[in-house]
Every structure is written in structure tokens, then in C-alpha cells.
Design a protein around this ligand. Structure first.
Ligand code: ADP
Length: 361
């Protein structure tokens, strides 16, 4: 397939009777960010080690950038690691007797000629210019992890592998590392991140899940994408309703940093168009947004009036964001509530097939 950077064909890794990976087929597009999720012991690290040519499968082939790395002799695999992949581990694997700068330069040395200026720029990129001369033992865990990121970046690898890159980090360092990963993704690197954290998984273009060494199906991913589309549609609807211009930068999908990809996907799915910096709903987009808003606002009415929930419990923005009723029962609930025209916050509820047309006097 054109644009494929990584291909796994029937890849297994067995340890005696234990199947750490079991007949895995997987393609990763160039420039894609793939998140590998799954419980502890499901085979995630095994997969990353195989992608980085750090380990050999018991069966199957791994092809990266047109080269079957599983057929290479050890020397070829070493060269592949130096030239094509950057690996960020949860354990830092830094040389304890070398400074941060030297640790970065070692990686560079393997690839080409060590260049202190370039290594320093890589450290600047991870906000560690002022720690260049420190030994790993003089750096915090988060700082050591950022040295690892700088080291992984120095050779401009096509494929970046990160095994729990934010595993033991505090919130601030986690943010920094995630920001770097997002930048790398935006620059066109292909990323494979292993993570337990759903928040990180959501940043990726695609998530796959391992269970006992087998890849689980990816339907969760499609649902997640549709959820993001729904959020954008409702926000655009609300902006239009308030007489504001639905500018792309005003739209914010919860838990997602890279809105651009969501918007691109929505454009490709024919839900929005993007003349300039604003978003416009297509007929289909408007229909779907309208339906979502209707179902959310009806849910609000249901909560406040029928279930007698005190108003204070219904947040101000909830009619735009929170609850939703099932499409199957929307019209019956609308009827049950007497076809309300407004939600408890006074916002209009789009009429449905079940609602009588307003009487024009
Ligand atoms: P994860 O990264 O999802 O936690 P791993 O890929 O590390 O899982 O491990 C998958 C399975 O393979 C586990 O049951 C683990 O104990 C086993 N395993 C991993 N490496 C080895 C090894 N070198 N020898 C024997 N068993 C191993």
C-alpha cells in the first residue's frame, strides 16, 4: 500500500509456551500516530522492541520503510536503529557518566559526526539548554526523560517509538513531553506510542489494543472519531446560534489537542466546509448538529422537569455539552414532555417530526 511506513505480517513472539505476540498483522502509514494500548503483559513492549529491531520475532515479517528488518543480519539491524528509529523508553537508558549534552552526542555520533551545536539545539528544543552539562544523576526524572527525547530526535528518525513516554512523570513534564510528541507528529514523523493513559491515546490518529498478544478490533476508534465530530458540530451550532462566526480556532474538542485532524476528517466526511478560517456546516452537517442539539436539550428538559432535578444541578452549558437521549426514543420523549420549545436555559430546541407546527396567528 502506498504511504505505508511499517508493515507487520503474521508476527509472533513466543517465549516457550507463552505467546507475547501472536500472529499480528498491522500497517502504519507514513506520518501516522499510532497508540498501542492494552493491559500490562499484553505484549505492547514486545511489539515496540520488534519495531525497533531490538528483538527478533519467532515468526512473521516486519518491514519498515521498504526494508524487511527481520531479514537483516545483526549489523544491518544496528544500522537500521541508528538511522531510521528514535526510541524513547520509560527507563531512561542514559549513560550515567556522560552529561546531558554528551548523551545526546553519543546518539549523533553513531549516525554521523557528533556536532555539539546540533546536540545543544536538540536540548534547547526540550527546554534543557541550561542543564546541558549535568549528569543524569543531577537531573529529575522528567528532565532525564526529556534528554531521551532530545537523543531520539537528533538523527531526524522517520519512526519514533515511545514506550510509556510519560510513565513516571509529573503533570508538568508530562505536558512538555506530550507537546514534543505532538510537534514531531505535526512535522511528519511517524509515531508509535505505547501507553496505558487514554488521554494520550486520544491524541493519536489511531489506537489499537493488544490482549494476550493479539490485536483487538479497532471499532472504538471510529466511535471516538464520531464523538469528536459530534462535539465540533454542537459547538459550531452554538456559535451560529449566538450570532458568532464559527472560526476553526474557536472550536475545541475535549481531550484532543490536534483539532486540525478532526476538522480535516469532518471535511472529508462532508460535514463541514472551510472557506478561509471559518467552518460552515454542509446540509448533512447541519442536519446532524440539529439532531444532536435537539437530543441534548430534550435531555435537559427531562432532567429538570420530569425527573425534578434542581436547576442548580444542571450546569449552565449542559444543554450544549452534556447529556443526550437515544435517537430511537427522542420523539416519544419529546411527546412525553409536551414538545417543549426551549431547554431549561431558554435555548431553543430544534423541532422534530413529532412536533406540531407552530400556529401562526
Ligand atoms: P506489556 O508491554 O504489554 O506490559 P510485554 O510485551 O512486556 O507486555 O510482555 C508480554 C508478555 O511476554 C508478558 O507475559 C511477559 O511476561 C512476557 N515476556 C516479555 N519478555 C519476556 C522475556 N524476555 N522472557 C519471557 N517472557 C517475557
Amino acid at each position: 500500500m502506498a504511504g505505508t511506513l511499517v508493515r507487520l505480517e503474521g508476527v509472533s513472539r513466543h517465549y516457550g509456551p507463552l505467546r507475547a505476540l501472536d500472529r499480528v498483522d498491522l500497517s502504519i502509514r507514513a506520518g501516522e500516530w499510532l497508540a498501542v494500548m492494552g493491559p500490562s503483559g499484553s505484549g505492547k513492549s514486545t511489539l515496540v522492541n520488534l519495531l525497533g529491531a531490538l528483538d527478533q520475532p519467532t515468526a512473521g515479517r516486519v518491514v519498515v520503510d521498504g526494508v524487511e528488518i527481520t531479514a537483516l543480519p545483526e549489523a544491518g539491524r544496528v544500522r537500521f536503529r541508528r538511522e531510521k528509529v528514535g526510541i524513547i523508553f520509560q527507563q531512561f537508558h542514559l549513560f550515567p557518566y556522560l552529561t546531558a549534552l554528551e548523551n545526546v552526542m553519543v546518539a549523533q555520533h553513531y549516525h554521523s559526526v557528533a556536532d555539539a551545536g546540533e546536540a545543544r539545539r536538540a536540548l534547547e528544543r526540550v527546554d534543557l539548554a541550561d542543564r546541558a552539562q549535568h549528569l543524569p544523576s543531577q537531573l529529575s526524572g522528567g528532565e532525564q526523560q526529556r534528554v531521551c527525547v532530545a537523543r531520539a530526535l537528533i538523527n531526524q528518525p522517520k519512526l519514533i517509538l515511545a514506550d510509556e513516554p510519560t510513565g513516571n512523570l509529573d503533570a508538568d513534564n508530562e505536558d512538555r513531553v506530550l507537546r514534543l510528541l505532538r510537534e514531531l507528529h505535526a512535522e511528519g514523523h511517524t509515531l508509535v506510542t505505547v501507553t496505558h493513559a487514554p488521554g494520550i491515546g486520544n491524541l493519536a490518529d489511531r489506537r489499537v489494543e493488544l490482549h494476550h498478544g493479539r490485536l483487538a478490533d479497532l471499532t472504538v476508534h471510529d466511535e471516538e472519531i464520531e464523538r469528536r465530530y459530534d462535539e465540533v458540530l454542537v459547538q459550531v451550532w452554538a456559535l451560529l446560534e449566538d450570532g458568532r462566526l464559527p472560526e476553526a480556532r474557536r472550536v475545541k474538542v475535549p481531550d484532543v489537542v490536534d483539532n486540525e485532524r478532526t476538522l480535516q476528517g469532518m471535511e472529508e466526511s462532508g460535514l463541514v466546509t472551510r472557506p478561509g478560517t471559518t467552518l460552515e456546516l454542509t446540509g448533512r452537517g447541519r442536519e446532524r448538529a440539529r439532531d444532536l442539539v435537539r437530543r441534548r436539550r430534550l435531555a435537559e428538559v427531562l432532567f429538570t422537569s420530569a425527573l425534578h432535578l434542581p436547576r442548580a444541578e444542571v450546569e449552565l452549558a449542559a444543554c450544549r455539552m452534556e447529556h443526550i437521549i437515544d435517537p430511537e426514543v427522542t420523539n416519544s420523549i419529546c411527546g412525553f414532555l409536551g414538545h417543549p420549545r426551549h431547554c431549561p436555559h431558554g435555548r431553543p430546541i430544534p423541532v422534530g417530526d413529532c412536533c406540531e407546527l407552530p400556529i401562526i396567528s
